[in-house]
Design a protein around this ligand. Structure first.
Ligand code: NAI
Ligand code: MG
Length: 332
């Protein structure tokens, strides 16, 4: 299996090598294919990603992705959005649950186990934008095909869990949301999955107060992006939250967080989000035992009290990654 490895920028360069070490530790049979994409390349060449990079990505089975710093240039088009669209990675799957960590944060983690299923190729991130001196317009695209396939993905996930989905929208204001909601309901009914629905603003409020109420959340691109960071705060840190971008042919695995320029280069980033993204890759290739091993390694080092700075501790990125690898070796 060929895995394209895009470290990207900032802490991407620190956490992705840790995830690759973990894939090696569980003896995954894979060939890493380094692909240089991102801000560094943009500075040198004026392009953060070229067509050859995209072809290289297409020649691999899947992608492990760090994060890319967005250049301060009004003409810049997001590389990640382009990859998601070109490879048709329509389902962004983001699991959130507390990893047994109690922290002194305003929203104390309560028991919850949520998966956000975010439409990943259209909505307000469709890339249809028009800006002139007096007006800026971003077109929100919601298609029947896009709604049906994301709703089916959510229902499929729900079947293995509580058999219910929450459809999150803003249909009281946006007709495109009404369209999304109705199609999600149609798919839920066809699949015998229970559903409820929430307006996105009420959902933000409710998730903070009572996250345990929710199971599989299906929503459009921008809302899913925003609610993901809210859920990451409930978990305790962006540094703990992995994600998968899945299409019918390709898949890309990445931490929810960005390149974190405020801590980049210090060796203190939490690598667990990237490591758990690698675990999601193992599940995608149906290496379930290896995936379980990674999860138990993460649980074990956290139970032992190892903490990076985002979790109030002093462990470095390497301390955390090494502890995970050592645990895996010790039980093999
Ligand atoms: P961010 O996710 O990079 O950082 C937000 C906050 O969380 C920062 O205080 C950061 O230090 C902290 N944080 C994030 N990951 C952490 C980790 N693994 N360990 C410890 N602390 C962590 O979001 P921000 O600051 O809004 O964006 C920074 C850059 O990243 C921007 O250029 C943005 O466009 C880009 N970005 C890229 C993404 C991607 O490539 N997938 C996703 C989100 C942002
Ligand atoms: Mg985001």
């Amino acid at each position: 299996m060929k895995v394209a490895v895009i470290e990207g920028d900032g802490i991407g360069k620190e956490v992705i090598p840790a995830a690759v070490d973990v894939l090696n530790a569980v003896n995954l049979d894979f060939e890493p294919v380094p692909v240089e994409i991102g801000y560094g390349k943009w500075e040198r060449t004026g392009l953060a990603m070229d067509d050859a990079d995209l072809e290289l990505l297409r020649s691999c089975d899947c992608i492990l992705f760090g994060a890319i710093t967005t250049p301060n240039d009004p003409n810049y088009q997001s590389v990640l959005l382009r990859i998601r669209q070109e490879l048709d990675l329509y389902a962004n799957i983001r699991p959130f649950r507390p990893l047994g960590i109690t922290m002194d944060i305003p929203c104390q983690p309560k028991p919850f186990d949520i998966i956000i299923v975010r439409e990943n190729t259209e909505g307000l991130y469709a890339g249809i934008e028009d800006v002139n001196r007096n007006r800026a317009c971003s077109t929100r695209v919601v298609t029947r095909k896009g709604c049906l396939r994301i709703a089916k993905t959510a229902c499929k996930l729900a079947k293995g869990r509580g058999n219910s989905i929450t459809i999150v929208h803003k249909a009281n204001v946006l007709k495109s949301c009404g369209f999304f909601k109705e199609l999600c309901i149609e798919v839920a009914n066809e699949n015998g999955v229970r559903y409820d629905e929430m307006l996105v603003d009420a959902m933000a409020y409710s998730l903070v107060l009572d996250p345990g109420r929710y199971d599989v959340i299906v929503t459009t691109n921008l809302f899913g992006d925003i609610l993901s960071d809210l859920c990451a705060a409930l978990v305790g840190s962006l540094g703990l939250c992995p994600s998968a971008n899945i299409g019918d042919k390709y898949a890309l695995f990445e931490p929810v967080h960005g390149s974190a320029p405020d801590i980049a280069g210090k060796g203190i980033a939490n690598p667990l989000a990237a490591i758990l993204s690698a675990k999601m890759m193992l599940e995608w290739v149906e290496e379930f035992e290896k995936a379980e091993l990674v999860q138990s390694a993460v649980d074990n080092v956290l139970q032992k009290g190892l903490r990076t700075a985002d979790l109030g501790g002093t462990a470095s990125t390497n301390d955390m990654a090494n502890a995970i690898v050592e645990y895996i070796r010790s039980v093999q």
